[in-house]
Design a protein around this ligand. Structure first.
Ligand code: GDP
Ligand code: IMO
Ligand code: MG
Length: 421
Protein backbone atom coordinates (compact mmCIF):
# COMPACT_ATOMS: atom_id res chain seq x y z
CA UNK A 1 0.00 0.00 0.00
CA UNK A 2 2.05 2.88 -1.23
CA UNK A 3 -0.21 5.31 -3.00
CA UNK A 4 -1.27 8.68 -1.58
CA UNK A 5 -3.79 10.99 -3.17
CA UNK A 6 -3.83 14.77 -2.74
CA UNK A 7 -7.20 16.39 -3.46
CA UNK A 8 -8.45 19.98 -3.39
CA UNK A 9 -11.29 20.24 -0.87
CA UNK A 10 -12.78 23.58 -1.91
CA UNK A 11 -13.03 25.45 -5.25
CA UNK A 12 -9.40 24.95 -6.29
CA UNK A 13 -6.24 26.94 -5.50
CA UNK A 14 -6.05 25.51 -2.00
CA UNK A 15 -2.27 25.20 -2.25
CA UNK A 16 -2.13 21.68 -3.71
CA UNK A 17 1.12 22.47 -5.53
CA UNK A 18 2.91 23.36 -2.33
CA UNK A 19 1.58 20.28 -0.48
CA UNK A 20 2.39 17.91 -3.37
CA UNK A 21 5.91 19.30 -3.53
CA UNK A 22 6.28 18.79 0.20
CA UNK A 23 4.93 15.24 0.24
CA UNK A 24 6.79 14.17 -2.88
CA UNK A 25 10.06 14.15 -0.96
CA UNK A 26 9.36 10.51 -0.18
CA UNK A 27 7.79 9.28 -3.41
CA UNK A 28 9.12 7.88 -6.68
CA UNK A 29 6.36 9.00 -9.01
CA UNK A 30 3.80 11.82 -9.15
CA UNK A 31 0.79 11.36 -11.42
CA UNK A 32 -1.68 14.08 -12.47
CA UNK A 33 -5.05 12.35 -12.85
CA UNK A 34 -7.51 14.93 -14.25
CA UNK A 35 -7.95 18.46 -15.53
CA UNK A 36 -5.55 20.13 -17.89
CA UNK A 37 -3.86 23.46 -18.36
CA UNK A 38 -6.76 25.09 -16.48
CA UNK A 39 -4.78 24.22 -13.33
CA UNK A 40 -2.09 26.49 -11.90
CA UNK A 41 -0.07 24.91 -9.11
CA UNK A 42 2.46 27.20 -7.46
CA UNK A 43 5.64 26.07 -5.73
CA UNK A 44 8.27 28.27 -4.11
CA UNK A 45 11.69 26.85 -3.36
CA UNK A 46 14.37 29.15 -1.92
CA UNK A 47 12.63 32.24 -3.29
CA UNK A 48 12.22 30.78 -6.77
CA UNK A 49 8.67 30.50 -8.05
CA UNK A 50 7.37 27.75 -10.33
CA UNK A 51 3.82 27.57 -11.69
CA UNK A 52 2.82 24.21 -13.13
CA UNK A 53 -0.23 23.77 -15.31
CA UNK A 54 0.02 20.30 -16.83
CA UNK A 55 3.20 18.75 -15.58
CA UNK A 56 2.96 17.10 -12.15
CA UNK A 57 4.37 19.18 -9.30
CA UNK A 58 6.91 16.41 -8.55
CA UNK A 59 9.05 17.74 -11.41
CA UNK A 60 10.62 20.34 -9.12
CA UNK A 61 12.42 17.62 -7.14
CA UNK A 62 15.15 15.67 -8.91
CA UNK A 63 14.71 11.96 -9.50
CA UNK A 64 10.92 11.96 -9.45
CA UNK A 65 9.15 10.48 -12.44
CA UNK A 66 6.12 12.52 -13.54
CA UNK A 67 3.19 10.92 -15.32
CA UNK A 68 0.28 12.60 -17.06
CA UNK A 69 -2.63 10.25 -16.47
CA UNK A 70 -5.38 9.33 -18.89
CA UNK A 71 -7.87 11.44 -16.94
CA UNK A 72 -6.02 14.58 -18.01
CA UNK A 73 -6.73 16.51 -21.21
CA UNK A 74 -3.42 17.52 -22.70
CA UNK A 75 -2.79 20.63 -24.76
CA UNK A 76 0.41 19.80 -26.67
CA UNK A 77 1.47 23.44 -27.00
CA UNK A 78 0.94 24.20 -23.33
CA UNK A 79 2.82 20.99 -22.49
CA UNK A 80 5.84 21.73 -24.68
CA UNK A 81 5.98 25.36 -23.54
CA UNK A 82 5.93 24.27 -19.94
CA UNK A 83 8.87 21.95 -20.51
CA UNK A 84 10.87 24.74 -22.16
CA UNK A 85 10.12 27.09 -19.29
CA UNK A 86 11.16 24.49 -16.72
CA UNK A 87 14.40 23.82 -18.60
CA UNK A 88 15.15 27.55 -18.79
CA UNK A 89 14.73 27.64 -15.03
CA UNK A 90 17.23 24.89 -14.41
CA UNK A 91 14.87 21.91 -14.04
CA UNK A 92 16.07 18.81 -15.83
CA UNK A 93 13.08 17.10 -17.44
CA UNK A 94 15.02 14.50 -19.45
CA UNK A 95 13.40 11.07 -19.22
CA UNK A 96 11.28 12.25 -16.34
CA UNK A 97 7.90 12.82 -18.01
CA UNK A 98 5.51 10.22 -19.41
CA UNK A 99 2.06 10.54 -20.94
CA UNK A 100 -0.40 7.64 -20.83
CA UNK A 101 -1.55 6.60 -24.32
CA UNK A 102 -5.25 7.06 -23.56
CA UNK A 103 -4.86 10.71 -22.55
CA UNK A 104 -7.11 12.97 -24.65
CA UNK A 105 -5.59 15.80 -26.66
CA UNK A 106 -6.82 19.40 -26.58
CA UNK A 107 -6.90 20.87 -30.10
CA UNK A 108 -7.13 24.49 -31.12
CA UNK A 109 -10.80 24.16 -31.98
CA UNK A 110 -11.54 23.08 -28.40
CA UNK A 111 -10.06 26.31 -27.09
CA UNK A 112 -11.99 28.43 -29.58
CA UNK A 113 -15.24 26.63 -28.82
CA UNK A 114 -14.59 27.07 -25.07
CA UNK A 115 -14.44 30.84 -25.59
CA UNK A 116 -17.50 30.86 -27.85
CA UNK A 117 -19.49 28.80 -25.34
CA UNK A 118 -18.72 31.39 -22.69
CA UNK A 119 -20.51 34.03 -24.77
CA UNK A 120 -23.67 31.91 -24.76
CA UNK A 121 -23.46 30.42 -21.29
CA UNK A 122 -21.03 32.05 -18.90
CA UNK A 123 -19.31 29.69 -16.47
CA UNK A 124 -16.17 31.77 -16.16
CA UNK A 125 -13.93 29.03 -17.57
CA UNK A 126 -10.19 29.42 -18.01
CA UNK A 127 -10.62 29.26 -21.81
CA UNK A 128 -8.17 26.35 -22.06
CA UNK A 129 -10.52 24.10 -24.05
CA UNK A 130 -11.19 21.81 -21.11
CA UNK A 131 -14.98 21.39 -21.39
CA UNK A 132 -15.04 20.88 -25.19
CA UNK A 133 -12.23 18.28 -25.02
CA UNK A 134 -14.02 16.23 -22.36
CA UNK A 135 -17.24 16.64 -24.37
CA UNK A 136 -15.53 14.98 -27.34
CA UNK A 137 -14.06 12.27 -25.12
CA UNK A 138 -17.50 11.24 -23.87
CA UNK A 139 -19.06 11.68 -27.31
CA UNK A 140 -16.43 9.17 -28.52
CA UNK A 141 -15.00 11.52 -31.11
CA UNK A 142 -11.86 12.57 -29.22
CA UNK A 143 -8.23 12.16 -30.23
CA UNK A 144 -6.07 10.33 -27.70
CA UNK A 145 -2.29 10.58 -27.48
CA UNK A 146 -1.89 7.15 -29.08
CA UNK A 147 -4.30 8.06 -31.91
CA UNK A 148 -1.89 10.73 -33.13
CA UNK A 149 0.11 7.87 -34.67
CA UNK A 150 -2.80 6.18 -36.40
CA UNK A 151 -3.02 8.18 -39.63
CA UNK A 152 -6.22 6.61 -40.90
CA UNK A 153 -8.11 7.17 -37.65
CA UNK A 154 -6.66 10.65 -37.25
CA UNK A 155 -7.71 11.76 -40.76
CA UNK A 156 -11.19 10.34 -40.41
CA UNK A 157 -11.77 11.79 -36.94
CA UNK A 158 -10.47 15.23 -37.83
CA UNK A 159 -12.64 15.25 -40.93
CA UNK A 160 -15.79 14.34 -38.95
CA UNK A 161 -14.94 16.77 -36.20
CA UNK A 162 -14.33 19.64 -38.58
CA UNK A 163 -17.75 19.20 -40.14
CA UNK A 164 -19.64 19.28 -36.86
CA UNK A 165 -17.50 21.99 -35.35
CA UNK A 166 -17.79 24.23 -38.38
CA UNK A 167 -21.57 23.79 -38.29
CA UNK A 168 -21.52 24.66 -34.60
CA UNK A 169 -19.48 27.82 -35.01
CA UNK A 170 -21.70 28.91 -37.90
CA UNK A 171 -24.67 28.67 -35.52
CA UNK A 172 -22.80 30.87 -33.13
CA UNK A 173 -22.48 33.53 -35.86
CA UNK A 174 -18.75 33.43 -36.12
CA UNK A 175 -16.55 33.00 -39.12
CA UNK A 176 -13.67 31.22 -37.38
CA UNK A 177 -13.99 28.10 -39.49
CA UNK A 178 -11.58 25.25 -38.96
CA UNK A 179 -9.46 23.89 -41.78
CA UNK A 180 -8.84 20.16 -42.16
CA UNK A 181 -5.40 20.40 -43.80
CA UNK A 182 -4.14 23.02 -41.41
CA UNK A 183 -5.17 21.00 -38.35
CA UNK A 184 -3.65 17.79 -39.68
CA UNK A 185 -0.40 19.49 -40.64
CA UNK A 186 -0.11 20.94 -37.18
CA UNK A 187 -0.84 17.58 -35.54
CA UNK A 188 1.80 15.84 -37.69
CA UNK A 189 4.34 18.38 -36.49
CA UNK A 190 3.37 18.22 -32.86
CA UNK A 191 3.17 14.44 -32.66
CA UNK A 192 6.88 14.10 -33.38
CA UNK A 193 7.61 16.31 -30.40
CA UNK A 194 5.21 14.41 -28.15
CA UNK A 195 6.37 10.95 -29.24
CA UNK A 196 9.23 10.52 -26.75
CA UNK A 197 6.85 11.11 -23.85
CA UNK A 198 3.98 8.81 -24.79
CA UNK A 199 4.09 5.30 -23.35
CA UNK A 200 2.31 2.42 -25.08
CA UNK A 201 0.93 0.66 -22.04
CA UNK A 202 -2.24 2.14 -20.48
CA UNK A 203 -1.43 0.05 -17.38
CA UNK A 204 2.01 1.71 -17.14
CA UNK A 205 1.35 3.23 -13.70
CA UNK A 206 -0.42 0.10 -12.50
CA UNK A 207 2.74 -1.89 -13.27
CA UNK A 208 4.83 0.56 -11.26
CA UNK A 209 2.51 0.21 -8.27
CA UNK A 210 2.67 -3.56 -8.52
CA UNK A 211 6.44 -3.54 -8.24
CA UNK A 212 6.23 -1.43 -5.10
CA UNK A 213 6.94 2.11 -6.27
CA UNK A 214 5.71 4.91 -4.02
CA UNK A 215 3.24 7.03 -5.89
CA UNK A 216 1.48 10.33 -5.26
CA UNK A 217 -1.64 11.13 -7.24
CA UNK A 218 -2.02 14.90 -7.71
CA UNK A 219 -5.50 16.32 -8.12
CA UNK A 220 -6.25 19.56 -9.88
CA UNK A 221 -9.19 21.93 -9.22
CA UNK A 222 -11.25 20.95 -6.16
CA UNK A 223 -14.20 18.94 -4.89
CA UNK A 224 -16.71 21.80 -5.29
CA UNK A 225 -15.70 22.10 -8.97
CA UNK A 226 -16.26 18.37 -9.56
CA UNK A 227 -18.66 17.69 -12.44
CA UNK A 228 -20.65 15.23 -10.28
CA UNK A 229 -20.35 16.68 -6.77
CA UNK A 230 -19.69 20.37 -7.35
CA UNK A 231 -21.91 23.39 -7.85
CA UNK A 232 -23.11 22.20 -11.27
CA UNK A 233 -23.17 23.73 -13.89
CA UNK A 234 -20.53 26.07 -12.40
CA UNK A 235 -17.92 23.34 -12.32
CA UNK A 236 -15.08 21.97 -14.39
CA UNK A 237 -15.67 18.99 -16.68
CA UNK A 238 -13.78 16.31 -14.75
CA UNK A 239 -13.70 14.51 -11.38
CA UNK A 240 -11.09 15.99 -9.03
CA UNK A 241 -12.62 13.80 -6.28
CA UNK A 242 -11.31 10.39 -5.24
CA UNK A 243 -13.01 8.36 -7.98
CA UNK A 244 -11.24 10.44 -10.60
CA UNK A 245 -7.89 9.52 -9.06
CA UNK A 246 -8.59 5.86 -9.82
CA UNK A 247 -10.06 6.21 -13.31
CA UNK A 248 -7.62 8.93 -14.30
CA UNK A 249 -4.44 7.03 -13.48
CA UNK A 250 -5.16 3.33 -13.91
CA UNK A 251 -4.29 2.59 -10.27
CA UNK A 252 -6.66 0.25 -8.48
CA UNK A 253 -8.32 1.69 -5.37
CA UNK A 254 -6.96 -1.24 -3.43
CA UNK A 255 -3.49 0.30 -3.43
CA UNK A 256 -4.53 3.67 -2.04
CA UNK A 257 -3.19 4.11 1.48
CA UNK A 258 -3.89 7.78 2.21
CA UNK A 259 -6.32 10.37 0.89
CA UNK A 260 -5.26 13.87 1.90
CA UNK A 261 -7.46 16.90 1.45
CA UNK A 262 -5.96 20.33 1.00
CA UNK A 263 -7.98 23.16 2.54
CA UNK A 264 -7.28 26.85 2.65
CA UNK A 265 -7.85 28.42 6.09
CA UNK A 266 -10.51 30.60 4.41
CA UNK A 267 -12.31 30.15 1.06
CA UNK A 268 -11.74 31.40 -2.49
CA UNK A 269 -13.35 30.82 -5.84
CA UNK A 270 -12.58 31.98 -9.42
CA UNK A 271 -15.25 32.25 -12.09
CA UNK A 272 -19.04 32.26 -11.78
CA UNK A 273 -21.24 30.26 -9.44
CA UNK A 274 -22.57 30.24 -5.89
CA UNK A 275 -20.27 30.91 -2.93
CA UNK A 276 -22.22 31.13 0.35
CA UNK A 277 -19.47 32.68 2.51
CA UNK A 278 -18.24 35.16 -0.08
CA UNK A 279 -17.44 38.60 1.37
CA UNK A 280 -18.10 41.38 -1.11
CA UNK A 281 -16.74 43.98 1.28
CA UNK A 282 -13.48 45.27 2.77
CA UNK A 283 -12.89 42.00 4.65
CA UNK A 284 -13.03 40.08 1.38
CA UNK A 285 -10.66 42.60 -0.14
CA UNK A 286 -8.29 42.27 2.79
CA UNK A 287 -8.26 38.47 2.34
CA UNK A 288 -7.47 38.97 -1.35
CA UNK A 289 -4.63 41.40 -0.64
CA UNK A 290 -3.10 39.53 2.30
CA UNK A 291 -3.45 36.18 0.52
CA UNK A 292 -2.41 37.54 -2.88
CA UNK A 293 -5.50 35.89 -4.30
CA UNK A 294 -5.07 36.22 -8.05
CA UNK A 295 -5.39 33.23 -10.40
CA UNK A 296 -2.17 31.34 -11.17
CA UNK A 297 -3.44 30.55 -14.69
CA UNK A 298 -5.55 33.52 -15.77
CA UNK A 299 -4.50 36.22 -13.26
CA UNK A 300 -8.15 36.88 -12.43
CA UNK A 301 -8.85 38.20 -8.90
CA UNK A 302 -10.22 35.37 -6.76
CA UNK A 303 -13.46 35.87 -4.86
CA UNK A 304 -12.77 35.54 -1.12
CA UNK A 305 -14.72 34.63 2.01
CA UNK A 306 -14.52 32.92 5.40
CA UNK A 307 -13.95 29.21 5.84
CA UNK A 308 -17.09 27.23 5.05
CA UNK A 309 -17.22 24.12 7.22
CA UNK A 310 -20.54 22.98 5.78
CA UNK A 311 -18.91 22.76 2.35
CA UNK A 312 -15.71 21.28 3.79
CA UNK A 313 -17.63 18.59 5.66
CA UNK A 314 -19.32 17.62 2.40
CA UNK A 315 -15.95 17.43 0.71
CA UNK A 316 -14.56 15.35 3.59
CA UNK A 317 -17.43 12.88 3.26
CA UNK A 318 -17.25 12.58 -0.53
CA UNK A 319 -13.50 11.91 -0.54
CA UNK A 320 -13.19 10.08 2.77
CA UNK A 321 -10.54 12.44 4.11
CA UNK A 322 -9.06 11.42 7.43
CA UNK A 323 -6.39 14.01 7.24
CA UNK A 324 -6.24 17.56 5.93
CA UNK A 325 -3.43 19.93 5.08
CA UNK A 326 -4.46 23.43 6.15
CA UNK A 327 -2.85 26.16 4.07
CA UNK A 328 -2.49 29.93 4.24
CA UNK A 329 -3.12 30.12 7.98
CA UNK A 330 -0.64 33.03 8.02
CA UNK A 331 -3.04 35.09 5.89
CA UNK A 332 -5.42 35.28 8.87
CA UNK A 333 -2.72 36.68 11.17
CA UNK A 334 -3.74 40.31 10.80
CA UNK A 335 -7.46 39.88 11.47
CA UNK A 336 -8.99 40.89 14.83
CA UNK A 337 -11.80 38.42 14.34
CA UNK A 338 -12.00 35.29 12.24
CA UNK A 339 -15.28 33.62 11.34
CA UNK A 340 -16.15 30.11 10.24
CA UNK A 341 -19.45 29.03 8.81
CA UNK A 342 -20.93 26.11 10.76
CA UNK A 343 -24.48 26.00 9.37
CA UNK A 344 -26.61 27.32 6.58
CA UNK A 345 -30.02 28.84 7.15
CA UNK A 346 -32.64 28.33 4.45
CA UNK A 347 -36.12 29.79 4.81
CA UNK A 348 -35.61 30.15 8.56
CA UNK A 349 -34.37 26.58 9.00
CA UNK A 350 -30.84 25.53 9.96
CA UNK A 351 -29.23 22.85 7.84
CA UNK A 352 -25.80 21.28 8.10
CA UNK A 353 -25.53 19.59 4.70
CA UNK A 354 -24.33 21.14 1.44
CA UNK A 355 -27.18 21.67 -1.05
CA UNK A 356 -26.12 21.20 -4.66
CA UNK A 357 -28.79 23.07 -6.58
CA UNK A 358 -28.02 26.64 -7.54
CA UNK A 359 -31.30 28.33 -6.42
CA UNK A 360 -30.95 26.86 -2.90
CA UNK A 361 -27.23 27.64 -2.68
CA UNK A 362 -27.90 31.21 -3.79
CA UNK A 363 -30.31 31.81 -0.94
CA UNK A 364 -28.51 30.08 1.94
CA UNK A 365 -27.51 32.39 4.76
CA UNK A 366 -24.23 31.32 6.37
CA UNK A 367 -24.29 31.09 10.17
CA UNK A 368 -20.89 31.87 11.70
CA UNK A 369 -18.93 31.13 14.82
CA UNK A 370 -16.50 33.93 15.62
CA UNK A 371 -12.94 33.37 16.82
CA UNK A 372 -10.52 35.89 18.26
CA UNK A 373 -7.57 36.59 15.94
CA UNK A 374 -3.97 36.02 17.09
CA UNK A 375 -2.62 39.24 15.62
CA UNK A 376 0.99 38.16 15.23
CA UNK A 377 3.09 36.57 12.54
CA UNK A 378 3.20 32.78 12.57
CA UNK A 379 5.64 32.36 9.68
CA UNK A 380 8.69 30.34 10.62
CA UNK A 381 6.99 28.49 13.47
CA UNK A 382 7.98 24.84 13.24
CA UNK A 383 6.14 23.25 16.16
CA UNK A 384 2.40 23.12 16.60
CA UNK A 385 2.70 23.98 20.30
CA UNK A 386 4.42 27.25 19.43
CA UNK A 387 1.42 28.55 17.51
CA UNK A 388 -0.59 31.25 19.33
CA UNK A 389 -3.40 29.77 21.46
CA UNK A 390 -6.03 31.44 19.28
CA UNK A 391 -4.64 29.69 16.19
CA UNK A 392 -4.60 26.35 18.01
CA UNK A 393 -8.22 26.89 19.03
CA UNK A 394 -9.16 27.61 15.39
CA UNK A 395 -7.44 24.44 14.17
CA UNK A 396 -8.91 22.24 16.91
CA UNK A 397 -12.40 23.49 16.11
CA UNK A 398 -12.00 22.53 12.45
CA UNK A 399 -10.66 19.09 13.37
CA UNK A 400 -13.54 18.43 15.76
CA UNK A 401 -16.20 19.67 13.36
CA UNK A 402 -14.92 17.50 10.52
CA UNK A 403 -13.57 14.54 12.54
CA UNK A 404 -10.23 14.76 10.74
CA UNK A 405 -6.64 15.31 11.76
CA UNK A 406 -4.86 18.35 10.43
CA UNK A 407 -1.40 16.91 9.87
CA UNK A 408 0.18 19.68 7.85
CA UNK A 409 -0.19 23.39 8.54
CA UNK A 410 1.18 25.79 5.98
CA UNK A 411 2.23 29.21 7.27
CA UNK A 412 3.76 30.71 4.13
CA UNK A 413 4.29 29.96 0.45
CA UNK A 414 7.85 28.61 0.84
CA UNK A 415 8.46 24.88 1.14
CA UNK A 416 9.90 25.42 4.62
CA UNK A 417 7.00 27.49 5.96
CA UNK A 418 5.33 24.36 7.17
CA UNK A 419 4.39 22.69 10.44
CA UNK A 420 4.23 18.91 10.33
CA UNK A 421 2.07 17.81 13.25
P1 GDP B 1 -3.18 25.14 -6.18
O1 GDP B 1 -3.85 25.38 -7.47
O2 GDP B 1 -4.05 24.41 -5.22
O3 GDP B 1 -1.83 24.49 -6.31
O4 GDP B 1 -2.92 26.58 -5.53
P2 GDP B 1 -2.36 27.88 -6.30
O5 GDP B 1 -0.92 27.72 -6.53
O6 GDP B 1 -3.22 28.21 -7.45
O7 GDP B 1 -2.67 28.99 -5.23
C1 GDP B 1 -2.15 28.96 -3.95
C2 GDP B 1 -1.33 30.24 -3.74
O8 GDP B 1 -1.04 30.39 -2.36
C3 GDP B 1 0.03 30.20 -4.42
O9 GDP B 1 0.38 31.50 -4.78
C4 GDP B 1 0.95 29.68 -3.33
O10 GDP B 1 2.30 30.09 -3.51
C5 GDP B 1 0.36 30.33 -2.13
N1 GDP B 1 0.50 29.58 -0.87
C6 GDP B 1 0.42 28.23 -0.66
N2 GDP B 1 0.48 27.96 0.65
C7 GDP B 1 0.57 29.15 1.28
C8 GDP B 1 0.62 29.54 2.66
O11 GDP B 1 0.55 28.74 3.57
N3 GDP B 1 0.70 30.88 2.92
C9 GDP B 1 0.71 31.81 1.93
N4 GDP B 1 0.79 33.08 2.29
N5 GDP B 1 0.68 31.48 0.63
C10 GDP B 1 0.59 30.17 0.32
P1 IMO C 1 -6.21 24.49 -9.72
O1 IMO C 1 -5.77 23.10 -10.06
C1 IMO C 1 -9.50 27.33 -9.45
C2 IMO C 1 -12.61 27.03 -12.52
C3 IMO C 1 -12.75 28.14 -13.53
C4 IMO C 1 -14.24 28.07 -13.79
C5 IMO C 1 -14.53 26.57 -13.75
C6 IMO C 1 -14.56 25.89 -15.11
O2 IMO C 1 -5.18 25.53 -9.90
O3 IMO C 1 -6.85 24.52 -8.36
P2 IMO C 1 -12.63 25.21 -16.83
O4 IMO C 1 -11.61 26.03 -17.55
O5 IMO C 1 -12.07 24.14 -15.98
O6 IMO C 1 -13.71 24.68 -17.75
O7 IMO C 1 -13.40 26.25 -15.86
O8 IMO C 1 -13.49 26.01 -12.97
N1 IMO C 1 -11.25 26.43 -12.43
C7 IMO C 1 -10.42 26.61 -11.42
N2 IMO C 1 -10.53 27.39 -10.32
N3 IMO C 1 -8.41 26.55 -9.63
C8 IMO C 1 -8.30 25.74 -10.70
O9 IMO C 1 -7.32 24.83 -10.83
C9 IMO C 1 -9.31 25.78 -11.68
N4 IMO C 1 -9.50 25.16 -12.86
C10 IMO C 1 -10.70 25.56 -13.31
O10 IMO C 1 -12.36 29.37 -12.96
O11 IMO C 1 -14.95 28.66 -12.73
MG1 MG D 1 -4.29 26.96 -8.76
Amino acid sequence: MNVIVVIGSQWGDEGKGKIVDLLSENVDIVVRYQGGANAGHTIFVNGKKFVLHLIPSGIIRNDILCVIGNGVVLDPHAFLNEISLLNENGINTNNRIKILPNTHIVLNYHKIIDTLNEEQNKIGTTGKGIGPTYTDKYARIGIRAIDLFNDEYLRSMISKNIQTKNALTKNLHTDSLFDYNQILEELFLVREKLKPYIVKNAAYVAELVRIGKNILLEGAQGTLLDVDYGTYPYVTSSNPTIGGAVTGSGISSRYISQIIGVAKAYTTRVGEGPFPTELKNEIGEKLRTEGNEFGATTGRPRRCGWLDLVALKYSTLINGFKSLSLTKLDVLSSFDEIKVCTHYKIDGELIDYFPIDIPTLNKVEPIYKTFKGWRKSIRGIKNFENLPNEAIEYIRFIEDYLSVNINIISTGYERDDTIIV
